[in-house]
Design a protein around this ligand. Structure first.
Ligand SMILES: O=C(O)c1ccc(O)c(O)c1
Ligand SMILES: [Mg+2]
Length: 630
């Protein structure tokens, strides 16, 4: 697999772009003319910079408004092309991308365009160059790769080929089956991009909203399966016009890009077993069967405060680590760990972020395979020294530099709690309140990072994303995207904050970066849980009484149920499958959220409709500690 990315896809000057692209593992770049025009060095300098970075220039683009012109514009277009051929030769690339004309003076006509390309092919051949023709989705006469292919076919010149771009084909919902009959040697390069499903003008959509394959909603995999069927084994080149990426981190966008290609080709390889593909053989997406543990890094003061919260929520202190200052709290299948070590990853995490979730343990089918796959997809490995007799939990880096550990049931890792923890002498008394497992984990991040983590989770684990929803905080919108697996044993909500005045944004500011902000525990009987919490002396977050009048009317609830909800400060939602009940603890620290939920009858959502009311309540609770009013 040969990978390339267009320089327009990432931010920075040319030098920064090249460094990030090379480090992410790409083989080549497409040079966008503007990037190069803005650079104060000669084409030759650019060429050597690229090659010094260990990269190849896969093409030079775009050459616009070439085909179908009347004279005198036609002659001028050929002169322009010759000038660009000069540049290409200095740069050291042999392929030019010509995109279909949008010129109002272009005349149309398949044979006229074919004749133009034949002549361009003759001129290119003299210099040993090639020209690829791409149909822009908004081209004046040609906006379908099938027409572009017909022109290339009729031009019938060895130096003229087609360039396929998944965006243009998929944006217009063109049957990708039509690609399967194009001879592979006539496909000069394949450009790949995805995009979110938004109904808007094609050109605007393409220039601002493209994203990496797998990050959007277009069937890029089907497009790529059709390309693979031709036997094409040339460059796969990302061409991503995206406002956010242009301003984002060149390093992380490049890593995402490379990850997206490895993931895409891995899917194609699995779904087209009869096609020989030069893609790495990596373990399949990893099945997850639950969140095995959540680890907090804390100092002693916060550890005590967290322990009080856990106790009130019905967790029992069950064990101490054999050699470290690490304590285990348990209820049902939930393991919460507090780490107050002074020399460890947890401590460095505490130093940077304050008390926070420094690690998550996921129960997976095969922990070693999980690490292999994650690493093949460019995830950062994580290792730390272990004491004698302790287990090394395979791990990688996750959101905000936190760690994701893998625990499986088939290796010795299954015994981690017995091997590494000794029962505490005097277990703190705690009355369980019926919490059974982790329903979902909420991670908060800058909105700009959301696609990165979306791709991370969906490419490594056997999960899917559900449509983005807007969570309305009185101080702004927080975009929320759910990642979940089939049986609901892994549910993650990614919350992207756009400003610092939202509860999510405040949390990021206070914890110095993205991290886990929210744990929702599942119970099978939330009213019994509420009663048990009261018995433990636990006061849940007070919700405005106005909410209950609305909920009662909106869902046509029995007055008795509405009264019970009101009494318990419980939130309610319903979908076509069932009902959802939510109870919140008062926010902990700078906005950490503990929630208890019950899903009845297969409710699928996360109570997004209730978010404005509970966020307002959380902010009221936090206001004495400096949370702004809105
Ligand atoms: O938006 C454009 O004009 C444009 C130019 C070149 C391409 O390859 C493309 O896909 C789009
Ligand atoms: Mg393109």
């Amino acid at each position: 697999m040969k990978t390339s990315i267009a320089t327009v896809s990432i931010s920075g000057d040319l030098g920064e772009k090249l460094a990030a692209i090379a480090a992410a593992g790409f083989d080549g770049i497409e040079i966008f003319e503007n990037d190069f025009l803005a650079f104060d060095g000669s084409p030759r300098d650019v060429g050597s910079m690229v090659r010094d970075a260990g990269l190849e220039i896969t093409l030079f683009q775009p050459f616009r408004d070439f085909e179908g012109l009347p004279e005198p514009q036609r002659g001028r277009a050929f002169d322009r092309a010759e000038r660009k051929f000069d540049v290409m030769q200095e740069l050291g690339t042999d392929l030019m991308l010509v995109c279909s004309s949008v010129s109002p003076v272009s005349l149309g006509g398949i044979d006229r365009a074919a004749a133009d390309f034949f002549e361009l092919g003759e001129r290119a051949a003299k210099r040993g160059l090639r020209v690829g023709y791409e149909a822009l989705a908004w081209g004046r006469h040609v906006h379908d790769h099938r027409d572009a292919w017909e022109i290339v076919r009729r031009a019938n010149h060895p130096n003229i080929g087609i360039i396929l771009d998944s965006f243009h084909t998929l944006a217009r919902k063109i049957d990708v089956g039509s690609i399967r009959s194009i001879p592979k040697d006539k496909i000069f390069i394949v450009q790949l991009a995805d995009a979110p499903a938004i109904d808007m003008d094609l050109l605007y959509w393409s220039r601002h909203f493209r994203n990496m394959p797998g990050e959007g909603d277009l069937p890029v995999k089907d497009f790529m399966r059709a390309v693979a069927a031709t036997g094409y084994d040339g460059y796969l080149s990302l061409e991503i016009f995206n406002d956010q990426f242009r301003g984002g981190s060149a390093k992380s966008i490049s890593v995402d890009g490379h990850r997206s290609l490895v993931y895409l080709m891995d899917q194609v390889r699995r779904e087209e077993p009869d096609i020989a593909l030069a893609t790495p053989d990596i373990p399949d997406r990893v099945g997850v069967h639950g969140v095995e543990f959540i680890e907090f890094a804390a100092d002693e003061t916060d550890a005590a405060s967290l322990a009080t919260m856990f106790g009130a929520l019905g967790f029992r202190k069950e064990g101490r680590h054999v050699s470290k200052n690490v304590t285990l709290y348990r209820q049902g299948g939930i393991n919460l760990v507090i780490n107050t070590e002074r020399e460890s990853f947890a401590h460095s995490s505490f130093t940077v972020h304050g008390t926070s979730v420094c690690a998550i343990g996921l129960g997976v089918e095969d922990a070693q395979a999980a690490v292999l796959r994650a690493r093949a997809l460019g995830a950062e490995p994580f290792e730390q020294a272990v004491g004698p007799g302790e287990l090394t939990l395979p791990a990688i880096r996750g959101v905000g530099g936190s760690v994701v550990h893998f625990v499986d049931r088939t290796s010795e890792l299954a015994r981690v709690w017995e091997v590494e923890f000794v029962p505490t002498d005097a277990p703190a008394p705690a009355r369980p309140v019926g919490l059974r497992q982790i329903d979902h984990v909420g991670q908060t991040m800058d909105h700009d990072e959301m696609l990165t983590w979306l791709l991370f989770y969906t490419s490594i684990f056997r999960t899917r994303k559900t449509p983005m929803v807007d969570v309305i905080d009185p101080a702004g919108i927080v975009r929320s995207q759910v990642i979940e697996n089939d049986d609901g044993s892994l549910r993650l909500t990614l919350n992207g904050a756009e400003n610092r005045r939202t509860l999510a944004g405040h949390f990021i500011a206070e914890s110095f970066g993205s991290s886990t902000q929210h744990l929702a525990f599942a119970t099978d009987d939330i009213f019994a849980t509420a009663a048990a919490l009261k018995a433990n002396g636990f006061a849940t977050l007070a919700i405005s009484p106005n909410y209950y009048d609305d909920v009662e009317a909106r869902f046509g609830l029995e007055p008795e149920l509405a009264d019970r909800l009101r009494e318990e400060n419980m939130l309610y939602d319903r979908d076509e499958h069932g009902e959802y009940f939510q109870l919140y603890a008062p926010t902990w620290g700078e906005g950490f959220i503990f929630e208890i939920v019950e899903r009845r009858g297969g409710y699928k959502g996360y109570g997004a409709a209730n978010a404005p009311f509970r966020i307002a309540a959380q902010k009221r609770h936090m206001r004495p500690r400096g949370m702004p009013r809105v």
